[in-house]
Design a protein around this ligand. Sequence first.
Ligand SMILES: *[C@@H]1O[C@H](CO)[C@@H](O)[C@H](O)[C@H]1NC(C)=O
Ligand SMILES: *[C@@H]1O[C@H](CO)[C@@H](O)[C@H](O)[C@H]1NC(C)=O
Ligand SMILES: *[C@@H]1O[C@H](CO)[C@@H](O)[C@H](O)[C@H]1NC(C)=O
Length: 222
Amino acid sequence: MISMWKLYCWKFSILFLSVLALVTSAKNAGNPANEIVDYINKNRTANKLPKLYDSPGLGCMALQYISECMGNCSSNNSLSCHPPEVDITEVYAANCGVELPTVDIISGHLVGCQWKYLNPEQALSEVLIPDEKRLSLLHSKEHTEVGVGFNRAHHGPSFWCILFSSGKTSSTFVLEGGRGIKQRNGCFSGTDLPCSAGRKLLFLADLKPVVFSMLLYLIVGM
Ligand SMILES: *[C@@H]1O[C@H](CO)[C@@H](O)[C@H](O)[C@H]1NC(C)=O
Ligand SMILES: *[C@@H]1O[C@H](CO)[C@@H](O)[C@H](O)[C@H]1NC(C)=O
Ligand SMILES: *[C@@H]1O[C@H](CO)[C@@H](O)[C@H](O)[C@H]1NC(C)=O
């Protein structure tokens, strides 16, 4: 009887651990926009420039920018998408639930698309920063904060947008109620919300703990 209970305890702990592994792996692999911000800051600090503050409000606005471009990626991966500049601070901020008086200056933006799957590091170097001109924008001393948006069209290309601002980091692009307005697709930096367009990434990462726990069940003897 006691050994029976021991076995149940074992099985329960394994189940608990695998659920935990599943949740944590989903969190880490779920947001490529955060990874791009990490690479941006690594690149800036390697070039003796200050890190940029990772602003969720700006990130959400970057995701909004992409939503206007989803139909405009050509077969050669060039993006022809030129929404009016004022839309960034007027339309996108409102659609994100950024408190309008906290909207500050946009000191630069970078957008790009690609039909092939790219990891965040490749996306940054191959799509967003392919030349010296855009590298100098990344290295501008004017910027103080950054936000990145990522989205993928269904069976279509991926889109990335980086927004830079020269605003005061602690008081700008504030999201109403801390979270702002929930976005239906894609993901943005500055939050741990997973990416709804990053299913491919998420799914692959999720399989590891599943296989692992299945093996454990076999060993313990289900
Ligand atoms: C890519 O395609 C667009 C239109 O489809 C064209 O205007 C542009 O010149 C092309 N770019 C390159 C690098 O081939
Ligand atoms: C997307 O492409 C269409 C067709 O070329 C163009 O009319 C439209 O303005 C583009 N959208 C943006 C936001 O630039
Ligand atoms: C990072 O900065 C260096 C210049 O120091 C540049 O050559 C490189 O391409 C940058 N990497 C990315 C991913 O932008």
